[in-house]
Design a protein around this ligand. Structure first.
Ligand SMILES: Cc1cc2nc3c(=O)[nH]c(=O)nc-3n(C[C@H](O)[C@H](O)[C@H](O)COP(=O)(O)O)c2cc1C
Length: 176
């Protein structure tokens, strides 16, 4: 499979990026091709709702979404959303990228998917809005969910190292 991983944390060597790294390692070990797009580092504007694309065409914004990510998404078999939990949801940088799916809505359908999130809280309920959102998005786009990893109790930048969540992320990638 060709797997596109969308990472949404500004902490370069932080927890969710570590989960993404472990997932990618597992997927590579299982023989899959991985492309990682850093939604924070790359320049991606929010959807302008100009409808220039008509939900299936060129986007009016010529940024890193259009120039770098779009061709990868069009040919991907699987999408992995990766984010810190920010105020009970996904990071705004990842959400901005998801909103840009609008220009290729049809091409985003029927892919496999996974969700990897990191949060400070140890209560699963804190991630429930993000997980529910991911499921709703997947239902709409006809995605086949292969799994979710919720890294709990991860506050410091390197807390994910050696955590059960990191191992779960690796195993999820390896199981594909
Ligand atoms: C703006 C902001 C909002 C946050 N909101 C939450 C929250 O609602 N619940 C929580 O458990 N942790 C929250 N955190 C903590 C992060 O989710 C936690 O540190 C996580 O491990 C960060 O992942 P990262 O290292 O991949 O950036 C927040 C952190 C920031 C900076």
């Amino acid at each position: 499979m060709k797997i596109v991983i969308l990472t949404g944390s500004p902490r370069k060597k932080g927890n969710s990026n570590y989960l993404a790294e472990q997932f990618a390692k597992g997927a590579n070990d299982a023989g899959h091709e991985v492309f990682v797009f850093d939604c924070v580092k790359q320049k991606v504007g929010g959807c302008l709702a100009c409808d220039f694309c008509g939900m299936n065409g060129p986007c009016s914004q010529k940024d890193d979404f259009t120039n770098i990510l779009r061709p990868q998404l069009e040919t991907a078999d699987m999408i992995v959303l990766v984010s810190p939990i920010y105020y009970y949801g996904l990071s705004s940088q990842l959400k901005a990228v998801i909103d840009r799916f609008y220009a290729l809505n049809g091409s985003m359908r029927n892919k496999k998917s996974a969700l990897l999130v990191a949060m400070a809280d140890t209560n699963n309920a804190t991630a429930s809005s993000a997980v529910d959102y991911y499921h709703a998005l997947g239902r709409y786009l006809g995605w086949k969910n292969v799994g979710e990893v919720v890294g709990k109790g991860l506050w410091g930048k390197t807390d994910a190292l050696g955590s059960p969540a990191a191992n779960n992320a690796y195993e999820l990638g390896k199981s594909l």
